[in-house]
Design a protein around this ligand. Structure first.
Ligand SMILES: [Zn+2]
Length: 463
């Protein structure tokens, strides 16, 4: 248990749903809990011996949550696959599925550390990571968890089960999820969820095994209809949409995390809403891959909960939020959109993280909540109140650096300085290690069948 900390001299925004804004406010933490929130003078008088962190008149916010990340993508920056990628299935096959097969233990460890350091840097204190390393499966989640622990943040981790690497890969992926889930069932900061790649690379038998073997109360974290190929292949091969397949196998429930959810019909949005599942919007990734854009008002209109992720593009959640906001307006050619639906993404993220970590107050700056608090280096130049906090966030503060990150009462970013990890040292190590990783990558072939080498080749079109 660490001593008391007061994070003050800032504008405290107490949460993401009807927050209170305290313009000269402070937050006090003791151990891993928030113990008091209020006017600066009162908090400092009540905690005179506490360590003081100066927010520099910036925003003091709850620690951010990222619902969909891929730590393993950290060493892909600048990698040229050396082959054309004309559509999203080709991007998967020729870039990501080659990269994940090239990852060894060192690459998994280092990419996780780099990404975890980036989470700290951008004020993300809880991250949902979706991991894949088919050449090194057994024990891979322990390495990712080691990086999360070293950073001092919280996480919900999974291994991506898929049939595309053959039956041994499927079995090893399932075993890796099960072992990790059981080992972390009571962990206060790091839990598991059952990872699945996407409907188009998972057979009926594998979904049966997942449904039968997952411990009660375990959710699944899966890509759903990121590109039309997922929907088309699932209908042609299994006679059902990706959402219908999850439902038929009893996997569509209030812990199901559905990344993307773009190419989804109205009836399936109704199914998602009725089940209480969460769609995770990844706007920067969707734009980068040219796969289309989630129609947030449409999905929300069906009652779907929608959260926000970065999908390995970065660890900067507030930048993804700004991109979601602008993408919604730009894509719909409608400057009135956004204020109704986009702030709710942050609220959904916190609610979902709280559900997985058994922390119902996560994402709120209130006494008793986990001490996940950040200060953004952005002093509001105009009035900031409970009615316009989101405008300040999306039009300015989302672009500002984070000054302090406090994760479960531990100062992991102190006046812009990392206290747990050394990003410059990690980058030096990564520049050496990534050379070997890229060399292995370039030796690997592509044209991976969706359901593995033994599947019916006639159903393995990449289009
Ligand atoms: Zn993803």
């Amino acid at each position: 248990m660490s001593g008391a900390i007061v994070l003050g001299n800032g504008h405290v925004v107490t949460g993401w749903e009807d927050p209170t804004v305290i313009s000269e406010g402070a937050v006090a933490c003791e151990g891993d809990r928030i113990v008091a929130v209020g006017p600066e003078a009162e908090i400092r008088a009540a905690y005179p011996a506490a360590r003081y962190l100066d927010a520099g008149r910036g925003l003091i916010l709850p620690g951010l949550v990222n619902l969909h990340h891929h730590f393993y993508s950290a060493l892909a920056r600048g990698l040229d696959p050396g082959v054309e990628m004309l559509d999203f299935p080709a991007v998967l096959d020729r870039l990501w599925w080659r990269l994940d097969r090239a990852l060894d233990a060192d690459a998994v460890r280092l990419s996780a550390l780099l990404s975890a350091a980036d989470c700290v840097r951008w004020g993300c204190t809880t991250v949902f990571d979706h991991h894949a390393s088919p050449s090194f499966i057994d024990g891979s989640l322990d390495l990712v968890a080691g990086a999360v622990n070293a950073a001092g943040i919280s996480a919900v981790l999974c291994y991506e089960v898929t049939d595309r690497n053959g039956p041994e890969g499927t079995a090893a992926g399932i075993a890796e999820n099960l072992g990790f889930l059981r080992a972390h069932i009571d962990d206060p900061r790091i839990r598991g969820v059952f990872g699945l790649h996407a409907s188009f690379t998972i057979s009926e038998a594998t979904l049966d095994t997942v449904a039968e073997s997952r411990p009660p109360g375990t959710g699944v974290h899966i890509h759903v209809a990121e590109h039309p190929v997922d929907d088309r292949f699932s209908r042609e091969t299994f006679g059902a949409t990706p959402v219908q397949r999850l439902q038929r196998h009893g996997l569509l429930d209030d812990r199901a995390l559905l990344a993307h959810g773009i190419h989804v019909e109205d009836e399936d949005y109704d199914r998602v809403a009725a089940a209480g599942s969460t769609i995770i919007h990844n706007p920067e990734s969707n734009a980068n891959n040219g796969v289309g854009r989630l129609d947030i008002p449409r999905a929300a209109g069906h009652g779907c909960a929608i959260g926000l992720g970065t999908d390995g593009m970065s660890s900067a959640v507030l930048r993804a939020l700004r991109f979601a906001f602008l993408g919604l307006r730009g894509g719909a050619e409608d400057p009135t959109l956004g204020f109704e639906t986009v702030p709710r993404l942050l609220a959904t993220n916190s609610r979902v993280a709280g559900r997985f970590l058994d922390e119902p107050l996560l994402g709120q700056l209130v006494p008793g909540a986990p001490a996940d608090v950040i200060a953004i280096d952005s002093s509001p130049p105009t009035f900031l109140g409970s009615e316009n906090w989101f405008g300040h966030l999306v039009y300015g503060s989302s672009e500002a650096p984070v000054r302090h990150t406090v994760a479960r009462g531990r100062v992991v970013l102190d006046d812009f300085r990392h206290t747990t990890l050394d990003p410059a040292g990690l980058a030096s190590e990564a520049r050496v290690l990534s050379g070997a990783l890229w060399a292995r990558f370039h030796e690997l072939s592509w044209n991976t069948p969706f359901l593995g080498p033994s599947a019916d080749a006639s159903k393995e079109s990449l289009r």
